[in-house]
Design a binder for this molecule. Sequence first.
Ligand code: ADP
Ligand code: MG
Length: 623
Amino acid sequence: MAKIVELPRHLVNKIAAGEVVERPASVVKELLENSLDAGATRITVDIEDGGKKLIRISDDGCGISFEELELAFAPHATSKILQEEDLYSITTMGFRGEALASIGSISQAELVSRPADAIEGGRLVISGGEREGPLPSPSASGTVISVRNLFFNTPARRKFLRTTNTEMGHITEQFTRIALANPEVHLLLTHNGRKVHELPPGQSRRERIGILFSQSMAQDLLPIERSDPEIRITGLIAPPQHARSGSQWQYVFLNGRHIRDRFVGHAIRESYRGLLEANRQPVVFLFIRLASDAVDVNVHPAKTEVRFSNSNAVHSHVLAAIRDRLLQTDLSVPISDQALQQDSDSSSSGAVGSEESESKAERQQRVRRAMADFFKGAPPPSSSRPIESHRASYRLQGNAVPADGPSDLTRPPEARITTESERGREISVPASLPPRRYLQVHNAYLVAEVEDGILIVDQHALHERIIYEQLHHQASQGALESQRRLIPETLEVTEGQMTALENAADMLRELGILTEPFGPRTIAIQGFPSLLERVEPAGFLADLVDVLISQSGNVSKEQLLHELLDMMACKAAVKAGDALTEEEIQSLLAQRNLVERSSNCPHGRPTTIRLSLDQLEKQFKRT
Ligand code: ADP
Ligand code: MG
C-alpha cells in the first residue's frame, strides 16, 4: 500500500461533489435552496439542454457582499450555522457549506451578486475548482449563479447523464418540490428559452398543484389539518379515484423541506387501506411542522432523509390526519356525463373493435379502463354529507379527533334497533332515517331513490364494507367481541397447521377466535367473533390456517391482521345472488349513510354509483 497523505482541497471537493451533485437536478435543488435561504421572493431558473449545458438561477435575495464572495465557494464555508448547538435547531435549507464548493469543482461556474445596500456588485468565476476574481461588476440586487458544462472534468459522471428530456424531468421535479413548499415565492422555469412554468406569488397550494399536476385532480383535493403541541400537519389529499400506479405523487414536506420517509410513507398507505386496489397508490401533499429539535436533518448529504426523534408519533399523527378526513367524506363516485356519453357511443357504433377478436381478458381490461375514466375527474357529489354523528363511535385508537368539530344538529340521535332475519344475519337499523324507495335487482344490486337522483349499490361490496368497518373498529378497541360456544366445534389439523395456530394464538384472540387443542390432531373452537354469525367456524378456520401458513414470515403482524379482517368481512357479507328481505335491504341502505367510507369496498372497488337527476335528464334529452 502507498503512504497515507492528506488529499488536496480540489480533490476533497470533487469527492464531496460525488455525494451532493448526482445530476443537473441536484444543482438546481441546491441553488434554489440557497436562494430561499437568502430570502428571495422571486427566483428564475433558466435551463439549457436539460441542465447539461447551462443552469442559471437568478434571485432577488440578500446577495453576497464583495468581501465574502471568495468564501462562498470555499468548502465548509457557510453563513447559516456558527456553533455546534446550531446544528440541532436548523431553520435554513442549507448548513453544510458544501454545495457551492462541490459545484465549483465539477463545472464552469460564475457568481454575480450584490446586496441591496451595496453600490457595486462583484463577480467570481470558478472552473474545475480554479478561482478567478472576485472583481467588481455591475449587478442587480440579489444573486445570479450560472453553472455551465456540469461534469466537464469528470468524464465518468458526464457519461452517466441521460437524455435532455430525462434530465429536464428531474429538474422539473425539484422545481415542483420547491414550488409546493414555498407558495409565497414567485417562480419561473424556462428550458431552452421557452417558459415551462410560471408561478405567481401568493397562489394557494391547490392552484399550484393544478398548474404543476392536473387541474381536475386539484379540484377534487380534500384539505387536511391537524394540530398538536408537538406537530402540525396540513395538506391536501386526493380521493381514491385519483390514485396512481406509483408513489411519485406523494409529497411530504417537513419544515418546508421535501423529504422521503418510510414511516410517513407507511402511514399514508395505511390511511387509504381498503379504499384502493392493491396496485394503486394514493396521491397526497403533506406539510408537516415539527420543532426543529425534534428532527435531525443532518443524516443525508442531500438532506432528503431525516431522523425523527419520535417517528411513531409522526406516523400516528399522519395516519389520523388523513384518515379523519377520509372518514368524514362521502366518497361515492358520481357518474360523469362524459362517461355516459361514451357508454352509449360505444354500444351503438361498435367502435371499440369487433366482438370476435376481443378476448374476455381484453374486454375486462377495456371495461376497467372505461370505468376508470368514468370515475376520473368527476366532481365530488354536491350532496356529500359528513358522517359526523356516527364518527365518534368509529374513532380510531389513539386518534384525537377534535371534539368541538361541527356536529350535525339536524340529525336525531342514533336510536338503533337490531333486526334479525330468519337467516341470522344481523344488521342494525338506525330508527331515525326516513324510508326511501328501493329495489333489489338480479339479487345483486340495490337501486335506491335519493334526493338528487338514484344510487346503484353492489350489495356484497357494501355489506362487506360495513362489516369491515365494524371489525376494524372493534379490533382498534382491543379485541373483537367473541361469542362463547356452548358446544365447541372441532377441526382436524396437521402438525404444521397446529403449530401455525399455536404461534398465532395471540392474534387469533385479538380476532375473537378462541381455540384449544382437543386431542393430538384436533382443535376445538371455543369462541368465535360475534360479528361473524353467518360464517361457519370450522371452514373459516381452515381457510385462515392456509393464510397463516402461506404468509408466515412474509408480512408484518399488522398486515396479516388486516388481511384476516378483510377475509372475515368478505365471508360474512351477503353475496351476489342472495335474495334480501325488505328489512335487510332497508338496513343495508340505512347503514350506507352511517358507515365510514362505505363508497368503496375493502378491496378498493366502489360499492355505490350515483346517478343524478340532472344526468338522467340530459341522457333523455329533456334539457
Ligand atoms: P450552505 O447553503 O450549506 O451554507 P452553500 O455552499 O450552498 O452552503 O453556500 C455557501 C454560502 O454562500 C451560504 O451559506 C450563503 O451565505 C452564500 N450563498 C449561496 N447562495 C446564495 C444566494 N443565492 N444568495 C445569498 N447568499 C448565498
Ligand atoms: Mg446551500
